[in-house]
Design a protein around this ligand. Structure first.
Ligand code: F6P
Length: 337
């Protein structure tokens, strides 16, 4: 078989480990040919491709980003490159010209939507979920998440000392798109006193009261972790900036804010993410070898398995109010808004 592999959407730690997992398993175990498609779905429109062989795979486990490049091109939506072309038809033709039996799509929610539409067009697809946000439905975890949480936790650790020296409230905004996984996991690992997630509506007076209560208990400083996707009444401000201003106004406590941003997508992947990406890459090829197209590889419990891509498309995985970390956090006095 001859398979294509592409990476689409925001990059994240572990993508190269997944590409390596796909390629090594396809080349060594199944005797397949692998074609790397450049810049996500753009490469399927422009036919910008390369053969991936053993010589392309050195040093990938620890290397961040994606050797194939990525883009946010969504060929079934308006806009993007080649706006006047019939992009779905062009993709189908290019896949036939390239003699590809299946496309491995490594991506997040947008990629899963596109993959489902490709299946409906009769194109064989297997997908692998990746994102720092951990918001893909059907899998317990995506690779990239653990690495991003470890970067965010390290940043929160570093804020404690300066918060303490100056007796300040330090607000840190972390990524996560519309879900609060990174904020919850880094906030709890970093000992956040207030953690605000898009999934839990907050009341700024409650937040202010929680911070004043801490001062009354002799705690001279506080850490507030804010997910970028929380609702605010000022869309031109970062969520962290908005919350810091509101806290200072509400409490009079000197407050500073940090927006962590793209640093969360950089650096070498954690060993957990490398191994998850490797397992997922290998399993994608097993699905192809068994002609089980239309599946997204998933981690369920500690087992690698798969779900129907059509069940994933259009959904998002949110933090539940009953998540263990929230239940325990509340018991320990963390304010969730
Ligand atoms: O999906 C990953 C992510 O980093 C989100 O956390 C963030 O909201 C978004 O991508 C940023 O997107 P872009 O790279 O297009 O600026």
């Amino acid at each position: 078989m001859r398979i294509g592999v592409l990476t689409s959407g925001g990059d994240c730690p572990g993508i190269n480990a997944a590409i390596r997992g796909v390629c090594k398993s396809a080349l060594n175990h199944y005797g397949m040919e692998v074609i790397g498609i450049h810049s996500g779905f753009e490469g399927l429109l422009t036919k910008e491709v390369d053969v991936l062989d053993e010589s392309s795979l050195s040093g990938l486990l620890s290397q961040n980003g994606t050797i194939l490049g990525s883009s946010r091109e969504q060929p079934f939506k308006r806009g993007g490159i080649m706006p006047d072309a019939d992009k779905p038809a062009l993709i189908k033709k290019n896949i036939q010209d390239l003699r590809l039996d299946c496309i491995v799509c490594i991506g997040g929610n947008g990629t899963m939507d596109t993959a489902a539409k490709m299946m409906a067009l009769g194109i064989n697809v297997v997908s692998i979920p990746k994102t720092i946000d951990n918001d893909v439905w059907g899998t317990d975890t995506t690779f990239g998440f653990d690495s991003a949480v470890s970067v965010a936790t390290d940043a929160i650790d570093r804020l404690h000392s300066t918060a303490s020296s100056h007796k300040r409230v330090m607000v840190i905004e972390v990524m996560g798109h519309k879900s609060g996984w990174i904020a919850l996991y880094s906030g709890m690992a970093g000992g956040g006193d207030v953690i605000l997630l898009p999934e839990i509506p907050y009341n700024i007076t409650n937040v202010g009261n929680a911070l004043i209560d801490r001062i009354k208990k002799g705690k001279s400083y506080s850490i507030v972790v804010v997910a970028e996707g929380i609702k605010t009444s000022n869309s031109r401000k970062h969520a962290g900036e908005y919350i810091a201003e509101e806290i200072e106004y509400e409490t009079g406590i000197e407050t500073r804010q940090t927006v962590l941003g793209y640093i969360q997508r950089g650096g070498a992947p954690t060993s957990f993410d490398r191994n998850l990406a490797t397992r997922m890459g290998g399993h994608a090829v097993e699905l192809i070898a068994n002609q089980r197209f239309g599946r997204m590889v998933a981690l369920q419990g500690n087992k690698i398995s798969s779900v129907d891509i059509r069940d994933v498309a259009g959904k998002q995985k949110y933090v539940s109010d009953r998540d263990d970390l929230i239940v325990e956090g509340r018991r320990m006095g963390v304010c969730f808004g």
